[in-house]
Design a binder for this molecule. Sequence first.
Ligand code: OSB
Ligand code: MG
Length: 367
Amino acid sequence: MKISRFNLRIIGLPLVRPFRTSFGTQTAREVLLVEVVTDDGISGWSECVAMSEPLYSPEYVAGCLDLLKRFLIPALKFQVNADEVAKNLSPYLGGQMAKACLETAVLDAQLKKEQISLAKFLGSTKSKVECGVSVGISDSIPKFIDEVSGYIDEGYRRIKLKIEPDWDFEPVKAVRQKWPDIPLQVDANQAYERSDGKLLAKLDEFNLLLIEQPLDEHDILGHSLLAKQVKTPICLDESIISLQSAEDAIEMKATSIINIKPGRVGGYLESVKIHDLCQSKKIPVWCGGMLETGIGRAANLALAALPNFTLPGDTSASSRYFKKDITNPFEMKDGYIDVPNGIGIGVEPDIEYLDSITTYKESVVRE
Ligand code: OSB
Ligand code: MG
């Protein structure tokens, strides 16, 4: 595929409510978007899931922009197919989120040209996916229960609570008392220590689906030791950055469920490989989220439609994040969102709205 230009832009979107995790509080989403324009005049779109600061992962928006401009875009030489992108970018270490973004934009353009949807291309078997919601840390239990109530009334089918030391047992207990049967899980974003096994085992009585990433991202052995001390399944998020790391963590019994986030593992093609590996090892997977706009959300829904995505993902409706999304909003019906079936990722951004929230814009054009 011949590419004539890469349009890069950064937008800023306020969140409908602050989102507090063990690593910080976010009130807005700064998003790096890439548009690949081909010689046939087709536009492929993608969003980079990196956050403004390197708090969840080492990557961050300004760093990804620099990596794209300085190394990744030049490596493609304006002529590439989606299945060659990862290989062309592989000399450059790390940068999974920036790499995933570039590969997805190329893939969107290519699938539009071939007139097939991303869902079909990846191997989807469902036309709609079950939705969960990730609930931030709060400063009071009553306020927090109000927020959870709102999500349950909207129809979310699984609740994920962000936890940290001193915001774990009590909020989980409060939710379990009010909703004894709702599928419930927690996410610590690395906030605990190896020595916290006993503390985390106290959550066993609440019949949780899983505990997500309790320890440091590099501490695979620690997760494996912890898994022997708690009955609740351990699920890795931050630690899984590739097919190889998924294989290792499964082999070491550090994870019995995996959260697949395409940005974190270098793209949708690598995500499918992890999905297939997990399916063969009987490890259930679910699709994580990074507070995506409609561009990233559309592609995540396509991935979540694969057969081994057997747990509801953090694929919430647009309204959970933004007053106005940059694409047609994704709406939830009876706890499900339809998988986009248009060609490519199946959605287009509203350019006029994008222009009104753009804070940076630059193009890399073929001479
Ligand atoms: O750890 O899953 C996470 C958001 C930003 C960064 C990391 C995480 C999250 C979420 C929200 O939990 C998921 C979503 O609703 O997009
Ligand atoms: Mg997580």
